[in-house]
Design a binder for this molecule. Structure first.
Ligand code: ADP
Ligand code: ZN
Length: 701
């Protein structure tokens, strides 16, 4: 008889409590099992197994769901570490690591394979007919399609090796076109970077390269070296929807043994990709945050592009940071990590500065100089619909020259705030208490926090008035107004509303590349794009991020402005950038003006030091919620009484979420152990019902 300790997810349990069950079936650690719990049947993970038990009564396992454990030893260890480090239940970590199809609540799915025709290196003579047929094929394509056209000709070309067959899980797309992609001759800076990283004995490298300095090519050549030694490569990108170009480049360079993993895949596709890695059918994975949990067996290199990007942080429990997981796995596999960015996160740069990470820099663009920045003082400018005359003139010039423009407005929708002109009330979301935005196309109001929508009746709910202020605008309205100003321009809008459908990013971007004049959108237009004809970038509301009451708002604003600027003039034309601001003397604006990351870093570190913020202290926020706001406050106050060893700010009440009131405590400590012990003490006392957010850590190490 086997006695198994099982993790079960249930609200009433304290963190990491396990239950004992018995079974006569074969079972291993990490398998999912179906077990009775009270009146329910639940699915849990086996944590340990023994053949003895000193309990009097033990219930039986109803079913062992996995013949083999889903996670290997490394990933089970990683889950334990995450649970401890982020002060969260181990089962939530295990669930986070698995693709949706394998999560406890879902049953198995099976893979169906399809045959794809790939271009082969054939030999032997061909008839003119066969040559024409071969020339007409655009690889890759489904084999069944070719067979439909001519079964015999297809078979003959397969036999001669002109067509190669590849099995792919059904539903998984091939990259639209596998255009030939040859590696560049590296510039001397790139060559130096590749050499340092591959020859050094250090483990973590920070590749700080200005926008357009050719970081991608450095990645690809490093990956090439590792792949040819037979090891696997993990290539992380911030949000795949925004960087289809990166996938194309990687797959064009390395061909077929590549898996792609990101949020727009459905459960089946994710499962298929996961299996490909688990069965070692691929050598390189390109993916977003969750790809960091892929079941590699022999990892040789981890590349993390745009390492500063906030999408690397998961914003629900467990609130892990991909960078932490990357370092843990690199340590396990004994492989190197390259973190790369034009605007590194403060904590990564601080570590590089202290020599904890090996700093490698690319200081020049490949063939052009950095774009010229204009700070437009909105206090003194004549504006049309929120656009300054300077920016409008610059756009006209681009339209005449058939060059392209990118405009950033970090607010979607039509009117971001609906304020009644009669009574002054703002329409708010009943669940979150935040302002609702009007979306014209759907003719509805939307909460950008929880996504709930409400019909728009053109009436103020508190006074019945019918008039609303039109003070600020969102991307939808900007598009409308630009079209009025430039009637013949081809304008493309890219924001959360226009990219909901699968592959929408890719479609919009290729439309822009082909025939667009202006690409306007939210922060998704600021990241990673590399278009040769873009010579102008305009930032409509550069100050908006600075108003947020968050210690990192300067850093986020610097990143956004520098990254957005970096889209201008990347390949041949000299680029220009117009930044519209009400405060051109603010130091973030001054640093962006001169592309001076160093100066930004030094100044911002001083502020963090004065304010006692990361990376100078270890910090954690705890959020307590309850339908009753008094109760939420009481929980927070109770927790505060337990936090004697650390500095505590709060409790303060913050915005609601899902109809629940929320109260926040901020804990700070000079050393990690003190903070960590304190948070565990609180989490245990509160039975884990808290939202815990550990901030990226610090200068020691
Ligand atoms: P980054 O990621 O650093 O912003 P990219 O990797 O996108 O920059 O490179 C910028 C541009 O320079 C791209 O269009 C890329 O194809 C080109 N490029 C990169 N390396 C070279 C090279 N060695 N020679 C010529 N062009 C290059
Ligand atoms: Zn809401």
């Amino acid at each position: 008889m086997n006695y198994v300790q099982v993790y079960i997810e249930h609200n009433s349990l304290s963190l990491n409590q396990t239950f004992t069950y018995q079974t006569e079936q074969d079972v291993s650690v990490g398998c999912r099992v179906k077990v009775p719990f009270g009146h329910q049947t639940l699915i849990g993970f086996v944590d340990s197994i023994s053949n003895q038990c000193d309990l009097d009564t033990v219930k039986s396992v109803l079913e062992v769901l996995d013949p083999k454990p889903l996670l290997n030893v490394e990933l089970l260890d990683l889950a334990s570490w995450m649970s401890d480090y982020y002060v969260t239940s181990k089962i939530s970590c295990l669930k986070t690591m698995l693709p949706p199809a394998l999560k406890p609540s879902s049953s198995h799915t099976h893979v169906i394979y399809e045959q794809w025709a790939m271009k082969g290196n054939g030999s032997g003579s061909l008839t003119p007919k066969q040559t024409t047929f071969l020339a007409s094929i655009s690889f890759p394509c489904k084999l069944s399609q070719l067979r439909k056209q001519s079964r015999t000709m297809t078979q003959r070309l397969i036999d001669q090796g002109y067509i190669a067959i590849e099995q792919r899980p059904k539903g998984m797309s091939m990259p639209a076109s596998l255009h030939e992609n040859h590696s560049f001759t590296l510039t001397s800076e790139q060559k130096q970077a590749v050499l340092i990283i591959s020859k050094s004995n250090d483990t973590v490298f920070l590749l700080h390269g200005v926008t357009g300095s050719g970081k991608t090519e450095v990645f690809l050549q490093l990956a090439q070296q590792v792949l040819s030694s037979g090891k696997q490569v993990l290539f992380l990108v911030p949000e795949i929807g925004l960087t289809p170009m990166m996938i194309n480049q990687v797959s064009a360079r390395f061909g077929k043994r590549i898996a792609i993993y990101h949020s727009q895949l459905n459960a089946q596709e994710k499962y298929d990709q996961y299996r490909l890695v688990k069965e070692h059918k691929v050598d390189i994975v390109v993916g977003t945050r969750s790809a960091v949990f892929m079941p590699f067996s022999d990892l040789g290199l981890i590349l993390m592009d745009e390492e500063h990007d906030s999408s690397y942080k998961q914003e629900n429990m467990p609130r892990y940071h991909t960078r932490d997981i990357v370092k843990w796995r690199a340590n396990y596999h004994g492989c190197k990590v390259v973190l790369a960015s034009a605007t590194p996160s403060l904590e990564s740069y601080a570590r590089a500065y202290k020599g904890v990470y090996h700093l490698v820099t690319l200081t020049h663009r490949i063939s052009v100089s950095m774009p010229m920045i204009h700070l437009v003082d909105m206090k003194t400018q004549k504006t049309h619909f929120g656009l300054s005359q300077d920016l409008l003139d610059a756009i006209s010039i681009r339209l005449n020259r058939r060059e392209q423009t990118i405009l950033l407005l970090n607010r979607r929708g039509y009117l971001p705030i609906m304020r009644c002109m009669d009574c002054g009330q703002i329409m708010t979301c009943p669940d979150c208490g935040l302002a609702l935005s009007y979306h014209k196309k759907d003719h509805q109001l939307m909460c950008h926090c929880c996504g709930r929508t409400f019909p728009y009746a053109n009436t103020c709910p508190s006074c019945g008035g019918h008039h609303f202020y039109q003070s600020s605008m969102g991307t939808e309205k900007l598009e409308e107004q630009l079209q009025t100003l430039f009637p013949s321009a081809h304008i493309i809008r890219m924001d959360a509303d226009t990219t909901r459908k699968k592959r929408a990013h890719q479609k919009l971007l290729s439309e822009f590349e082909r025939s667009g004049d202006i690409l306007l959108g939210t922060q998704m237009v600021a990241k990673g794009l590399d278009f040769a004809r873009v010579s102008l970038v305009g930032i409509i509301n550069a100050d908006s991020g600075l108003a947020r009451l968050d210690f990192s708002s300067n850093e986020l604003t610097y990143d956004l402005l520098e990254q957005a600027s970096g889209r201008s003039g990347r390949q041949s034309q000299q680029g220009e950038v117009f930044i519209q601001t009400f405060d051109p003397n603010q130091y973030v604006m001054r640093c962006v003006l001169h592309h001076d990351y160093q100066r930004f870093f030094k100044q911002e570190m001083q502020f963090r030091h004065l304010g006692m913020y990361p990376p100078y202290v270890y910090m954690c926020t705890l959020i307590f919620s309850d339908v009753d706001s008094n109760k939420a406050m009481k929980k927070a106050s109770q927790a505060k009484k337990l936090a004697l060893s650390v500095k505590v700010l709060g409790p303060v009440e913050i915005s609601m979420r899902q109809k629940k009131a929320r109260c926040r405590l901020v804990l700070k400590a000079k050393d990690q152990k003190t903070l960590h012990d304190c948070v565990w003490k609180i989490a245990k006392a509160m039975k884990g019902n808290i939202d815990i957010n550990m901030y990226p850590m610090l200068l020691e190490e």
